[in-house]
Structure formats: structure tokens, C-alpha cells
Design a protein around this ligand. Structure first.
Ligand code: 2AM
Length: 173
């Protein structure tokens, strides 16, 4: 049997206007690594890795069962991570974001998904493999109202990587 595995993660999508503004801002920074394509800018809530297509129905139910609150997302600092990762982070993660990520992780672990053991780190990756993380002239200040979360399917081909939204669910106003 040919079982197709999908690389999956739950995340917060970025409104088009903010994606454009962030893209413009990072170009002015002059990052030297591999930038994440503008269309793929997002904030990961839970990374699942690869799973068979057959598990999608279960993940759809799991997302359906979450009653999260909408919140204001504010990205106000530049941070760095492993492998030359440069990202936008937040000085104060909204309680509703932490609850959403926590609830997803609890339900996913309960359903048998092996998740990263590290504590949830809300960040929006701008680029990877940067050797000289730049210092912005002024701190970043990007905000939007997070009103939904998404299950993304990550695909890669000769055209590059694409994070396709498979399902999305509202966050209550
Ligand atoms: P990153 O941006 O910090 O690399 C799609 O690959 C998304 O899932 C990215 O946001 C990526 O986070 C995250 N991701 C990839 N591999 C991961 C892993 N092993 N653990 C946690 N998150 C991961």
C-alpha cells in the first residue's frame, strides 16, 4: 500500500498586510541567510512532523474541539535561535496564545503525537542560516488580531517550500 506522509503543523497565519510590512522591514535589515518566503510567514503553535494522510480526519476533529479566544498578537523584538535562525518574538505573549498552544499540545499528546519537549516559544521565523544577525535601527512593532488558527501542510518541490492551509478554525471574538 502506498501510504502518503504529510508534514504538518498547527500555526497562526499572518494577515496579508502584516506579511507585506514584515517583508519590507526585514529587507531593510539586510539579513544574510535564507529568508522564509513572504507567503509562508507564520507563527507555529505545534509542530507534528510527518503523518499519514489517514490521520487528517482525526486532526480536523481535534482542531474543531478547541474553543480558543481571539487576541492581539504583537511582535516587538528581534530574536535569534539555533542554526542561524533570526525571528520576530514578543516581549509579552498573550494569555490566549499560551492557552491555545497549551491546549493543542495537550490534545495532540493525548492522541499519541510525539511533540517537541522544549517549552513553547512564540516566534515568527524571518530567515535561517544567518551568520551576522543585524541590529535594527528601531525595534520592530507589528500587531494584528489573531482570529483563527490553521493546520498547515508543508510541501517542498523545485519551486521551493509552501505551507498550505488545510483547515482553519475561528478564535472566538
Ligand atoms: P522554525 O521556524 O523555528 O524552524 C514549519 O517547518 C514550521 O514548523 C516552522 O515554523 C518551524 O519552526 C517549525 N518546525 C520545524 N521543525 C520543527 C521541530 N522539529 N520542532 C518544532 N518546530 C519545528
Amino acid at each position: 500500500m502506498n501510504v502518503k506522509n504529510l508534514r504538518l503543523f498547527f500555526g497562526l497565519p499572518l494577515p496579508h498586510r502584516q506579511a507585506e510590512a514584515i517583508d519590507r522591514w526585514r529587507r531593510e535589515l539586510g539579513l544574510d541567510g535564507r529568508p522564509v518566503a513572504r507567503r509562508n510567514l507564520h507563527l507555529t503553535l505545534a509542530f507534528l512532523d510527518s503523518h499519514p494522510l489517514e490521520r487528517l480526519a482525526e486532526l480536523q476533529c481535534l482542531g474543531e474541539g478547541i474553543r480558543g479566544n481571539a487576541f492581539e498578537m504583537k511582535l516587538d523584538r528581534l530574536e535569534t535561535g539555533r542554526h542561524g535562525l533570526v525571528c520576530l518574538g514578543t516581549g509579552q505573549a498573550p494569555e490566549a496564545l499560551l492557552q491555545l498552544a497549551g491546549e493543542l499540545q495537550r490534545l495532540l499528546r493525548g492522541a499519541g503525537y510525539a511533540l517537541d519537549e522544549r517549552a513553547f516559544w512564540p516566534h515568527l521565523t524571518l530567515a535561517r542560516d544567518c551568520r551576522n544577525p543585524p541590529l535594527p535601527a528601531s525595534p520592530p512593532d507589528f500587531r494584528w488580531r489573531a482570529e483563527r488558527f490553521v493546520l498547515f501542510h508543508s510541501t517542498s518541490d523545485a519551486q521551493g517550500t509552501l505551507y498550505r492551509p488545510l483547515f482553519h478554525w475561528p478564535l472566538v471574538m
